[in-house]
Design a protein around this ligand. Structure first.
Ligand code: GLU
Length: 502
């Protein structure tokens, strides 16, 4: 690769960050890291009407949680700032004017009332080749009329003049050759009446100013590509144009269309990376983080959404993704999002994570649930239950009983078959079991004693579990005994007997 690799994630700070957005950021990041390049966060906030307080910081936090923080950003400026488009406002007009001067764009003075009236008359109205000569713009007005309107500061926009009968063809790194008919594209606004650029102008001006080498963005931006390509050409920058890559869409679970936040709400799973609270309505939308996803798992599942390394391998660390990532293996087809599969990734990640890396998170979760954690016990407890946890909060249910004796028992599972013989057996067992034995030896001694009492071991295992844990869950019951220790086990058995006798 000749040019230095510089890529950007360019979100508009308008609300929660959709997992598709995180995947775009991730692929940019992976490509940059693979090629010793630079990963940039550029905040595209030129549409002041859509600006949402707090949304930029939220995006920064999401990237940080995922472990893919940018090398250059508003928070960490490099040599190409500012990194917020609103702060770059003075840099755009000159290019819009340059396009007007060279005949590739024109001033349009139509008021919003006039445009609304036109749209009411013609529901499919497009401001473009067929209609532009009937509108109030510098193509239909005389030069002196235009000069006068400009001198009077008449509100106006600058529109691109889409050429007639041309084909815009370019090579997309993922899709190969892509062609568009210019006749089907309208004369998009480049500079708005408030002097702010629209997305189309700003994205091209900034991608050049920031020396972006490759553009990875969602497929939903593909229809905008011909406008951007023309702008690169019309501004005289064709030689500097970055390479394009439009990432496949993330689809609804049934494959029918793009996954939206509403699909998540409807089907009961998150779509945003982290919790997002709308500052205007106060509405909270749950995110993957707060639901109990590990960032490693979240990044892993996004990394293989529309990409694979050519083998069946599914579990990747971020380091492994960096090493294996290749644009050639990004698929053209949309990738279906499957929440059950997402949970599977998290489960695998919890299973394979060393205890020390889970300790802080699990300890915090337990404390938040009001459980008094004995730190010396925590590591052993995590080791024992981690294979049973799919989401991080599962650790709370799976471990709480190690720290606090159950107060509720699933007695219904025991009582119908409970009798004095069993009570006597438990009393004897509790009185004499040897805590120094290992779990397997304890189990053998338990079973031998049960047989001596004329009981089938299978009949007394469940009451033991319910006395210790409260319900029918948890790891091997003698592992639990070992961890609870002699005295606690004795207390719980005694309480269990009383409960089952009552
Ligand atoms: N501002 C656009 C967005 O919100 C960026 C599209 C692009 O990467 O060109 O996604």
């Amino acid at each position: 690769m000749s040019k230095e690799v510089r890529v950007r994630f360019a979100p508009s700070p308008t609300g929660g960050l959709h997992l598709g957005g995180v995947r775009t950021a991730l692929f940019n990041y992976l490509f940059a890291k693979k090629h010793n390049g630079t990963f940039i966060l550029r905040v595209e906030d030129t549409d002041q009407t859509r600006f949402v307080e707090g949304a930029e910081q939220y995006i920064v936090d999401c990237l940080e949680w995922c472990g893919i923080s940018p090398d250059e950003s508003p928070q960490k400026p490099g040599d190409f700032g500012p990194y917020r488009q609103s702060e770059r406002k003075p840099s755009y007009r000159q290019y819009a004017e340059q396009l007007v001067a060279s005949g590739y764009a024109y001033y349009a003075f139509d008021t919003s009332e006039e445009l609304t009236a036109k749209r009411a008359q013609e529901p499919n109205f497009l401001y473009g080749q067929k209609s532009r000569m009937q509108m109030r713009n510098s193509l239909t007005l005389t030069q002196s009329e235009v000069s006068e309107l400009l001198a009077q500061n008449t509100p106006h926009v600058i529109r691109i003049k889409m050429p007639t009968d041309e084909q815009i063809t370019f090579t997309d790194m993922i899709r190969g050759m892509v062609s568009f008919e210019t006749n089907l594209v309208d004369d998009k606004v480049l500079l708005k009446a408030d002097g702010m650029p629209t997305y189309h102008l700003a994205v091209v001006v900034d991608d050049r100013a920031m020396e972006i080498s490759h553009i990875f963005r969602g497929e939903e931006w593909l229809p905008s590509a011909p406008i951007h390509i023309l702008l690169w050409k019309y501004l005289g920058w064709a030689d500097e144009m970055p390479a394009w890559a439009h990432l496949p869409l993330i689809l609804k679970p049934d494959g029918n269309g793009k996954l939206s936040k509403r699909d998540g709400d409807r089907l009961g799973f998150p779509v945003y990376a982290m919790n997002w609270t709308d500052p205007k309505t106060g509405d909270l939308t749950k995110g993957f983080k707060e639901l109990g996803f590990m960032p490693e798992a979240f990044v892993n599942l996004l990394g293989v959404l529309g990409w694979n390394d050519g083998t069946d391998k599914e579990i990747f660390t971020l380091e492994e993704l960096k090493a294996a990532f290749s644009v050639e293996r990004i698929s053209k087809a949309g990738a279906k999002f499957d929440f059950e599969k997402a949970k599977w990734f998290n489960h695998e990640w919890i299973k394979q994570s060393p205890v020390y890396s889970l300790q802080l998170t699990v300890g915090t979760l337990l404390k938040q649930s009001g459980i008094e954690v004995k730190d010396e016990k925590l590591t052993e407890v995590i080791e024992l239950v981690k294979d049973r946890c799919t989401l991080l909060p599962d650790f709370v249910t799976q471990t709480a009983y190690f720290f606090t004796a159950p107060t509720e028992f699933d007695s219904a599972a025991v009582k119908p078959k409970w009798n004095a013989d069993k009570a006597a057996f438990f009393e004897e067992f509790a009185g004499k079991f040897d805590i120094e034995l290992n779990a397997l030896e304890l189990e053998t001694s338990f079973k031998t004693l049960a047989e001596a009492h004329g009981l089938k071991p299978g009949e007394v295992m469940l009451p033991l579990r319910i006395a210790l844990v409260g319900g029918k869950f948890g790891p091997g019951v003698f592992d639990i005994v070992k961890l609870l220790g002699k005295e606690e086990t004795q207390n719980r058995i005694a309480k269990g007997i009383a409960e089952f006798n009552s």
